[in-house]
Design a protein. Structure first.
Length: 458
């Protein structure tokens, strides 16, 4: 998919949205899971905190009586990351009782870290433990009246929260990466499947241009069916315009040629004088000009027809045989080397007119030999089609650069002894230009003139 294609734009936009949605969803799920893990950890800490409060508030027990086990062996292991602490705050000197895991250390107070009391009367937060590890701590002040005031705290290793969250993030990232790949593959399939009718239309239009079809055929989705319908209507309208143009050109040719013939006949019927000679001369010029421009109009109308293709090798071979018959009195040898794959995107009579003018001109000036070569060149660009190259060489005297420029102009001739109106090469130039081609004149390897005609191929 190229960067400028509709499929690429759809794929890139879908990919961007998939990535954005998955990233946002990942962050949300990770945050929700972290909060859930933290709440579960806090419930565990609160359970131990309520047990401690119950121990402190037990009636008929001295304040310094030993606490029962909280059901967590980690409170007994030194520096295990799980600690509790009971501090009496109503005396002149606070007294603290701690779990065995704290040894001679003390837990920091959340109040000093700026933690506020919640609606349940507790403080929650993260603090640094005795070994530098991060602890999740819950703390609650307790007022027992005459029995004293206490600040009771329980802390657990927050690494459990972080490890659980990290593990969940890894699984979530892997799952979302796999999901993203599946979604992208699905997007590629959807784009290709959804745009398949457009590709089919493109291929059908290419078939029409190459002459393999005349209309867009088949069923198309409702969104694309109007495009196919309008394209077919455009092709039909183009054909109708071409047919009307051909009719008008034919009518104009008959309308002009008849008065010209009358003028020529009337001038020829009078005694030959300067006036009659001038009329005949200008009538011939007018006839040549009319023929030239009518031919161009006829060709231009024909070129607009979509989908005409001509096999080149048979047409040039027929032309070669015809020219051999025309010039058989001079025994001109015409050799042909044609690529059988060569095809011309245009009508056969236009190809015969262009190639015929070149071969006829070569035969007129050749000493004994004319070489014709037909080549097919691959497309220079992906969007362009192949090019057809027709090379005609003769072994005549050739032309200088100035003479080549002169004969390419309309009606210019170098030798009045040769038959013809002088319009041949100019007609070839005009015809080639109408088809998007060109004509170049140069020196032939066999000694004469080389005419190189380049036309659109298939």
């Amino acid at each position: 998919m190229r960067g400028s294609s509709l499929a690429t734009r759809l794929f890139l936009s879908a990919t961007a949205w998939v990535v954005v949605i998955l990233v946002i969803t990942g962050f949300v799920l990770s945050s929700v899971y972290r909060d859930a893990t933290e709440r579960a950890f806090d419930r565990r800490l609160n359970l131990y905190l309520r047990t401690l409060i119950a121990e402190v508030a037990t009636p008929d027990e001295p304040p310094d009586h030993p606490f029962q086990s909280l059901g967590e062996p980690l409170f007994e292991l030194p520096l295990s990351g799980w600690y509790w602490q009971v501090v009496r705050t109503d005396g002149d000197k606070p007294e603290a009782r701690v779990s065995r895991s704290l040894w001679d250390k003390k837990l920091p107070k959340l109040e000093e870290h700026g933690a506020e009391l919640t609606a349940a009367g507790i403080r929650l937060g993260y603090v640094d433990g005795p070994e530098g590890q991060t602890l999740r701590m819950v703390e609650r002040p307790v007022d027992l009246g005459a029995d004293g005031k206490f600040l009771i705290g329980v802390a657990g290793d927050a690494g459990e929260i972080f490890d659980e969250t990290r593990s969940f993030d890894y699984y979530l990232g892997g799952t979302f990466a796999a999901l993203g790949i599946v979604l992208l593959l699905t997007t590629i399939f959807q784009v290709r499947f959804g745009l398949a009718p457009l590709k089919r239309i493109s291929e059908s239009i290419a078939d029409i241009r190459s002459g393999r079809a005349e209309r867009l055929e088949g069923e198309f989705p409702v969104e694309i069916a109007p495009l196919a319908r309008e394209t077919n209507a455009l092709i039909d309208a183009n054909r109708e315009i071409v047919e009307r143009a051909r009719t008008h050109v034919g009518n104009l040719a008959h309308a002009i040629k008849t008065p010209l013939s009358v003028i020529v006949n009337e001038a020829a019927a009078h005694p030959v004088d300067a006036f009659a000679s001038k009329v005949l001369e200008q009538a011939d010029v007018m006839r040549d000009q009319v023929a030239h421009h009518l031919e161009r109009a006829r060709i231009a109308a024909r070129v607009t027809v979509v989908g005409t293709v001509t096999e080149v090798a048979p047409a040039i071979e027929a032309l070669r045989r015809t020219m051999e018959k025309i010039h058989r009195d001079r025994a001109i040898a015409i050799n042909l080397k044609a690529d059988p794959r060569a095809k011309f995107r245009g009508e056969r009579q236009d190809l015969e007119e262009m190639a015929g003018n070149l071969v006829d001109n070569a035969c007129k000036w050749a000493a004994a030999q004319v070489l014709i070569e037909v080549l097919v060149e691959p497309a220079a660009e992906p969007s362009a089609g192949p090019r057809l190259r027709i090379i005609v060489d003769d072994d005549g005297r050739g032309l200088s650069a100035d003479e080549r420029a002169q004969v390419s102009r309309r009606g210019q001739r170098l030798d009045e002894s040769k038959p013809g109106s002088g319009l041949g090469l100019s007609i070839v130039v005009d015809l080639a230009a109408l088809y998007g081609g060109s004509l170049a004149l140069g020196d032939a390897p066999i000694g004469g003139l080389r005419a190189e005609l380049v036309l659109p191929g298939v």
